[in-house]
Design a protein around this ligand. Sequence first.
Ligand code: ATP
Length: 465
Amino acid sequence: MSNQILVIDDDQDLCRVLSNFLKKSNYEVDVAYKAGEALEYLRSKSYDLVLCDYKLPDMTGVEALQKIKVLSPDVAVIIITGYSDVRTAVETFRYGANDYVTKPLYPDELLVTVKETIQKNQERNEARSGKPAPKPKKEEKGSESQPKFIFGRSEASKSVQQYVDLIGPTDMSVLIIGETGTGKEFVSNSIHKQSNRSDKPFVAIDCGALPKELAGSELFGHMKGSFTGAIADKPGSFETANGGTVFLDEIGNLSYENQVKLLRVIQERKIRRIGGQKDISIDVRIIAATNENLTQAIRDGRFREDLYHRINEFKIDLLPLRERKEDILTFAELFLKHANQSLNKEVKGFSEEVIQHFMNYQWYGNLRELNNVVKRAVLLTKGEKVQPDALPDEISRPRAFAAKDNAEPEEDSHTLRSVSGEAEKQAIINALEASRYNKSKAADLLRIDRKTLYNKLKLYKIQDY
Ligand SMILES: Nc1ncnc2c1ncn2[C@@H]1O[C@H](COP(=O)(O)OP(=O)(O)OP(=O)(O)O)[C@@H](O)[C@H]1O
């Protein structure tokens, strides 16, 4: 059966083009122009993927994402965003977005992202529901295929690799701290592979995407009839992962109640399903990740200190890419090879100028952003090397954007200047009406001289009665 996709965007032309294109590629597609409308679809039908614009008329991207995840916790979500919003759109990864694509959309690139996202999400969901992971394909000798993940070559990355080798074989709980897209899941998975649990499940749970109402059941399971919708007994992720590793991404988002239950799993190695009568023994290793400051969360009373110490037997800090610049080119080259493979291209490398731009850019979305930028650049490159014109302006013309950031905001209906202008215009009209269009009196009322009033009448195109 073909995969089901829901497109949410208020740009009707874009929706039509996207829908036609995805249908031609054998997907089944529904379209919603508002988040509210999309939620109606999600209530009645299940989807494999939601393609969601970051700026919707009736909700912010994060709000829409949270609501989507309540109705459909297992669905994959790709955010559609303009490049200028990438810096804020990366926030959505804390709430369970899987990837993003930037406007203007390119069909080939979109198709690769859609395919990869659906596949990766299916694998994750299957691991959570207890299906054995597919055996990795053996790489043929002499094949061009590239490793999917690597450690970088910066000193910081080498230390991370050493830590992984060192603590991998132990049973220690590990806390991984890093910004979005720094590779926390990859590191967590590497630790699991180094352990003697490697032939047992690795179950990744995105606590940021878990709706509060469902988190307990997802993690600890439930018994039939224990709440509306519990139509059958269901094991939680901890039971499914028994013997293996549970990766709790964005652990800071776990509710207080579930923090208490998690503490019990760690201390007593037992869980009880929601509505269940008996304890079930559990043996899992816990690896947690966060991109927020948990010590602050403890101070604010949002995170339990005892739990923090339990999950933090060993801490790994993943630096943002901008603080380990030696890694940028290594990863860019890896992503270039992946992009060549998936887009059927033969781009050989990057021009010197492009490398300079990569080095100077801030990469707030870290490796995820670098991967996406390289993929787009490979698609747009006709020659052997990627040139600056294949990069987003924000990266290739950083000065123009820095200048724009510092400049006065443009006049549109939302700027402060235009709002105060509107208020001034209205005050003048009121004064003119109050003085029965006697300009001297109106100027007196406004406490300005006649000449200024005439200038303002011209400026605001107020009719001269
Ligand atoms: N070591 C790596 N090698 C190659 N690609 C990587 C590596 N780490 C991360 N990536 C790329 O970055 C993307 C995000 O990685 P990952 O999900 O591990 O990061 P994360 O820190 O867990 O992100 P988030 O906080 O958003 O969940 C991956 O899909 C991959 O494209």
